[in-house]
Design a protein around this ligand. Structure first.
Ligand SMILES: Nc1ncnc2c1ncn2[C@@H]1O[C@H](COP(=O)(O)OP(=O)(O)O)[C@@H](O)[C@H]1O
Ligand SMILES: [Mg+2]
Length: 260
């Protein structure tokens, strides 16, 4: 087995008396998709904030590329190659796709303090990359982000993270607000990113989506790892039961039917 890209060892995260994460251990491997499953309040957001440098663990160790690591900020984590794609990605609908692609990483012309964004180049590269990601509907970098669908925006965000060299992708519910076709497009992009060697943490409520792409699975219940298993080790029913924590699963089953 290759060295994990990132590993949590016995991590706790407390907010006052709230124990959001308790003794969490998990591994993110390069070229694999780890699905993080859990109900509202289970600690998923807290966990991804620990992975992305937004929170420090209260105790326990975060290992990155084999070394104990403390990220001082999300910015530092980003610089080390950890990209987080939030659910509300591309929420600046009036920004052009070319500008959005290079947001925070604009190719410069001239020298400081006379730097300016090379819009023509930015647009050219952005469109070229989007064609590669399969976003063939986007043919001009001047097109506004608001004209892209939710799925296209997720694909764009994943693609641009890979383009800028992300080693690890944290995807927060990237498929949950999407229709069937759109979700399929995003899942496909995740497989492409995996093929390119990224270690992916895929947060989702949707067991079907998780099981269609996941290599490993971590189920959080009330801040604890309730189950941790590999693809093929559990049936869909078992996963649903775990996620529901023994509660009524009819709603989840309905979710499943939509995706077939
Ligand atoms: N910044 C914070 N301050 C205090 N409590 C928090 C904070 N963030 C999360 N929590 C608490 O930690 C628990 C886990 O929340 P969260 O990680 O958001 O779960 P999830 O994303 O799975 O819904 C909840 O009880 C939540 O209220
Ligand atoms: Mg959350």
């Amino acid at each position: 087995m290759s060295q994990p890209l990132m590993e949590l060892r016995d991590v706790d995260k407390f907010f006052g008396s709230t124990k959001a994460l308790k003794h969490v251990s998990m591994q993110v491997e390069p070229g694999k998709i780890l699905c993080l499953l859990g109900d509202n309040g289970a600690g998923k957001s807290t966990l991804i904030k620990v992975l992305s440098g937004y929170h420090q663990p209260t105790s326990g160790t975060l290992m990155f590329e084999g070394r104990p690591t403390k990220f001082a900020s999300p910015r530092e984590a980003r610089q080390r190659g950890i990209a987080t794609v939030h659910q509300d990605v591309g929420s600046i609908p009036l920004m052009s796709v070319g500008r959005n692609f290079f947001l925070g990483a604009e190719p410069a012309t001239g020298r400081w303090p006379f730097k300016s964004i090379d819009t023509r180049l930015a647009n050219e590269v952005a469109v070229e990359q989007m064609q590669k990601f399969g976003l063939t509907r986007v043919t001009s970098g001047d097109q506004l982000v608001g004209t892209m669908s939710g799925g296209e925006r997720q694909v764009l965000a994943i693609g641009r993270a890979m383009y800028f060299g992300a080693k690890m992708l944290i995807l927060d519910e990237p498929t949950s607000a999407l229709g069937v076709k759109e979700a399929a497009m995003v899942l496909k992009m995740m497989r492409i990113a995996r093929q390119n060697g990224a270690g992916i943490v895929f947060i989702t409520h949707n067991a079907r989506h998780a099981m269609s792409v996941g290599d490993t699975f971590v189920v959080l219940i009330q801040g604890e790892v309730a189950a941790s298993f590999k693809r093929g080790e559990k049936s869909r029913e078992e996963v649903l039961n775990l996620m529901a924590g023994g509660e009524d699963m009819s709603e989840l089953e309905d979710d499943l039917e939509q995706i077939d």
